[in-house]
Design a protein around this ligand. Structure first.
Ligand SMILES: *Cc1c(COP(=O)(O)O)cnc(C)c1O
Length: 377
């Protein structure tokens, strides 16, 4: 028997008390009891999103909220700017094209962050762009984008800014209202410490105006229906009752810790992971690293896929490999959600052991020593 550790950038571990809460009897959703829970959840989640605007909750994975942003903001033949520096940035473009939206792509070198001045030039060249799609943490490369600077540029135009913060929210700073981000999309199985199954979407006043004229086909994800129900603290369709019970519980945990402290904890774990990785002689992949996940270059001579497999099958630790063009070339250690110092130390220690077993020249204890040193400060 071996203890299982989930250290991928989604799904992430779920706290025991949240698991218990979700195992409770399912109540009916059209009752004062459930409505009381939803009313509280709707208020509390705004604090995590740092917005005064409504945050809608869907029973889908995060991609559902990405699709909802496209089909509600745009119309057939509209033009959208896609900032893509990895798998998830590309997904927005795929959704747009599936619905007949024209895409202008800003191809960011994988591993680098998007530049606000390039976004500015592209918006100037294409003044008919209606929406800009971006990613806070590009999970496939471990890069954090400078959403604050990108928002400054987009705010000056008639376009709306959509941010995929599915893995970034709660790990990397995102001041939705203060920075002027119009739509933030998120999912439950990352920083929210819940199982997969919920998606979230916040909506600014500027974005709300676009919904009125949008003619793309939609039904389940129709935000006009969502807005009407939201006003009555209700949902148009059956909500995922048990996941929302869990959400109520994790929101309490996050707000009790305080959002600033949640961000600080992620920063601390991310810094120790990066420090430990470099101290064992490995190289980081992201030039501007996110505090949600650390992407590491697989050392010369080792096989990245074999590393991930050995971690899973022998150490019972799930970490992520590389996606697309990065397959076999990087691995990704998450420090996202319900994680603490000793999770980070375990991940570093196992990484060191498994790489050594794969024939890499790793000096035992280097990674953990660095992390311990940082944690004892
Ligand atoms: C996980 C992730 C997604 C996809 O979310 P699903 O819940 O799998 O649909 C999208 N964007 C980013 C940045 C992610 O990390």
């Amino acid at each position: 028997m071996r203890k299982y550790r989930l250290m991928a950038p989604g799904p992430t571990p779920v706290p025991e008390k949240v698991l218990l809460k979700m195992a409770d009897t399912i109540i009916h959703h059209r009752t004062p009891q459930f409505q009381a829970v939803l009313t509280g959840v709707n208020e509390k989640i705004k604090k995590v999103f740092k917005t005064q605007n409504p945050v809608f909750i869907f029973a889908s994975s995060g991609t559902g909220a990405m699709e909802a942003s496209v089909v509600n903001l745009l119309s057939k033949g509209d033009k959208a700017l896609i900032i893509q520096g990895g798998k998830f940035g590309e997904r927005f473009g795929e959704i747009c094209r599936a619905y007949g939206v024209l895409t202008v792509n800003y191809d960011v070198v994988w591993g680098e962050a998007a530049r606000a001045d390039v976004v500015k030039d592209l918006l100037k060249e294409n003044s008919d762009i209606k929406a800009v799609f971006s990613t806070l943490c590009e999970t496939s490369t471990g890069v954090k984008n400078d959403i604050k600077e990108i928002a400054k540029v987009v705010k000056e135009t008639s376009a709306v800014l959509v941010v995929d913060a599915i893995s970034g929210l709660s790990a990397d700073e995102l001041k939705t209202d203060e920075w002027g981000v119009d739509v933030v999309v998120c999912g439950s199985q990352k920083g929210f410490m819940l199982p997969p199954g919920l998606a979230f979407l916040s909506l600014s006043e500027k974005a709300k105006k676009l919904i009125e004229r949008s003619d793309l086909p939609k039904y389940y994800f129709d935000l006009k229906a969502a807005l009407k129900s939201y006003a009555k603290n209700d949902t148009p369709w059956t909500p995922a009752v048990s996941l929302i019970m869990g959400l109520d519980s994790v929101l309490d945990m996050m707000l009790e810790e305080g959002m600033d402290n949640v961000l600080l904890r992620h920063a601390r774990l991310a810094e120790a992971t990066r420090g430990g990785i470099e101290n064992m002689g490995l190289e980081l992949f992201a030039k501007s690293p996110s505090n949600a996940v650390t992407a590491v270059k697989v050392p010369e001579g080792a096989n990245g896929s074999a590393f991930v497999k050995k971690m899973r099958d022998e150490q019972r630790i799930t970490v992520a490999g590389g996606q697309g063009a990065l397959k076999g070339k990087i691995f990704r250690l998450a420090h996202l959600g319900y994680m603490d110092e000793f999770d980070t130390i375990s991940a570093l220690s196992a990484t060191s052991i498994v790489l050594k077993q794969l024939g890499c020249n790793i000096e035992p204890g280097k990674a953990v020593a660095k992390a311990e040193e940082m944690f004892s400060r």
